[in-house]
Design a protein around this ligand. Structure first.
Ligand SMILES: NC(=O)c1ccc[n+]([C@@H]2O[C@H](COP(=O)([O-])OP(=O)(O)OC[C@H]3O[C@@H](n4cnc5c(N)ncnc54)[C@H](O)[C@@H]3O)[C@@H](O)[C@H]2O)c1
Length: 251
């Protein structure tokens, strides 16, 4: 059987590189799109993936890169849209936020994913098969002060996932979304993690990139062949219930 070809955007980042490792271990041909050349080189050499410097906010660049992947490998079986983020250093009250930051956040998270889907869709339709996995965030479910632009972009991708699943199902293309809460990084301070878990989550732990890769691996596999249009929340229960319920003892 020929190798599956998977494009992972944001593949040089924390979660994207973990998915890249997982797919490479399964013998897939992995292609990483990322705008961080240095990190891309590092992750490509660690995983054997092919790294391509692509800014996903630039549709012409995305389209050209997707064409070249298709020419080189013949198929595009899986697209995982991980590239994104909240522009943390620029978080401020919305009434004071710079319009350029609002545009950047929405372009990176929403347009970046839509560009990649638009570019791969004709090939997947021609193949009559494909898997698309988008990345949202628990911020889209419950909101966070200072993150209206990020939340809007991540909410919109959940909505797009549903419509695309309805449109692409007839071509045997599945479209799903992964929605992490806070994901623990290797350099996280134990006291910070403990404080966060105590305050916000219902399971006594945080997810790491490996946990997210487990979910992506499942959604990309034949085991999920009947699943489309869904948003999978991986947040240790953070988005459940009302704030303050966690420590109730009278129930
Ligand atoms: N880490 C978390 O706690 C968390 C929680 C919820 C959702 N998410 C979402 O998961 C995804 C990955 O998060 P992460 O923690 O791995 O972030 P990260 O910052 O480690 O990785 C993001 C990667 O995307 C790349 N990128 C950013 N803009 C790009 C662009 N325009 N074109 C191409 N590449 C671009 C960056 O270079 C980086 O390598 C993001 O979409 C994020 O919003 C993360």
């Amino acid at each position: 059987m020929s190798k599956k070809t998977a494009i992972i955007t944001g593949g040089a980042g924390y979660i994207g590189s973990s998915i890249a490792k997982r797919f490479a271990e399964q013998g897939m041909q992995v292609i990483l799109f990322d705008c961080n050349q240095q990190q891309l080189d590092k992750i490509s050499s660690e995983t054997g993936a092919m790294g391509m410097v692509v800014d996903v906010t630039d549709y012409a660049a995305v389209s050209e890169a997707v064409e070249s992947v298709r020419t080189q490998y013949g198929t595009i079986d899986i697209l995982v849209n991980v590239a994104g983020g909240s522009a943390r250093s620029e978080i401020r009250p919305f009434a004071l936020q710079k319009m350029e930051v609002i545009h950047q956040v929405i372009e990176m998270n929403l347009y970046g994913s839509l560009h990649c889907i638009r570019a791969v869709a004709p090939f997947m339709i021609e193949q009559q098969s494909g898997v698309i996995i988008n990345f949202s965030s628990a911020v889209a479910l419950g909101g966070i002060v200072g993150c209206a632009d990020y939340g809007a972009s991540k909410g919109a991708i959940i909505a797009a996932t549903k419509s695309l699943a309805m449109e692409f199902g007839q071509y045997n293309i599945r479209v799903n979304c992964v929605c992490p809460g806070k994901v623990q990084r290797p350099d996280a301070q134990p006291a910070d993690v403990e404080g966060f878990v105590k305050r916000y989550t219902y399971l006594n732990t945080l997810a790491n990139a490996e946990d997210v890769a487990d979910l992506v691996e499942f959604l990309a596999s034949e085991k999920a062949r009947c699943i489309t249009g869904q948003n999978y929340v991986i947040d240790n229960g953070r988005s459940l219930g009302l704030r303050g319920d966690k420590n109730r003892t009278d129930c």
